[in-house]
Write a protein that binds this ligand. Sequence first.
Ligand SMILES: [Zn+2]
Length: 332
Amino acid sequence: MAEERYFVGLDVGGTTMKAAVVNDHGHPQSAPAVMDTRPERGQEAGLETMCETIRRAVAAAKLTANDITAIGVATPGLMDIKAGLILDPPNLKPWKNVPVRDHIKGVFKKPTAYQNDANAAAYGEFWVGAAQEAKSMVLFTLGTGVGGGIIINDVIIEGEHSHGGELGHLRIDTPDRGRICGCGARGCLEAYASATNVVRRAREEMACWRGASKLREYFTANDDVLTARLVFELAIGGDELAWKVVDDTAYYLALGATALIATVDPDMVVFGGGMVAAGERFRSLIDGHVKRLGLPFPTKSVKITIASLGSDAGFIGAAGCARLLVQQKATD
Ligand SMILES: [Zn+2]
C-alpha cells in the first residue's frame, strides 16, 4: 500500500490566515492554525506569518516538515498566479508584488502551488465538498464581496491573466443605470448580492415599505448594526420586507448563475459564504429563479446546491491544489 501523503493548505485573508495539514482524501489532520494577517506590518512580516502558520499547522497535525509532500497557498486577488505573486489587493494594503510562492518554496523546500482564494474554495468543494460527485462546477461565494470559481474536469479556470472566474463582476444590469460596484463599474452582481449590498438594499426597501416589519423595527432601534445575516434570519422568521430583500438577492444570484450555465453548462452551481446559513429555503429560491430564467435544456439538469465545507473550503482547496501540482508533475 502506498504511504499516506500529506499536504499543507494555507488560506490568506485580509484579517486572518488559516492553515491545516490535509491528507490524500481531503481530510484535515487537525483544527486549522489561525494567525492574524495584519498586512499593515508590511509584506516581510506577512511572509514570516505565513511560514509560521504553516509550521503551526504541521505541529498541530503531529507531523514534521519531512512528512509534507507539497504546500498550497491561496490569497485574494489582485495576483499573478503564474508568477506566484500577490500584486496589490485592496484588503492586503500596503503589500505589493509579494513573491509568495517562491518564498514559501524556498523556506520549506517543497513543491508549492499558488491559487486565488475563491478558486481554491471552489476546488475544495469540488474535491471533497458539496460538488464531489460533479465533473464540472461553478461556485459563488457570498461575503463582503461576491467571489467565484469554475472547475471543469479537475481543471481550475484561472484564466490567462489570473482573473478567470471573477463572478462578482458578471454584469447583471446595464452600465448606465446599474448599482455601482467596488470595482468602479456599474451593474456587477457584487453590487447587488454581497453582504454589504444586501444591507444597503434592505435600507432602501425600508424607506418605501408600507406596513409593519420586524426588520424596520430592528433597524430603527439599532441603525448601524444591521447585517445581511439578520436580514436572512428575519426573512426565515416570516418578515415580509426581509423576505423580499432575500428573494431579490436570490433573483440576482440566479441571473449570475444562468449566465454561467449558458457559458459552462456545469453539473452543479454551488453557493457558499455567510449568507447560505439560511440553507435550504434560500437554495430553493435561487433554484426556482434559475429554472425560470435559464436556458431550458442545461437548466433542467443542473443542480443548485449549498457549499458544505464552510470557511474550511479555502485551506482544504489550497491543499488540493498542492496535490494537483505533484500529480501533474508525476504524469508529465
Ligand atoms: Zn464590479
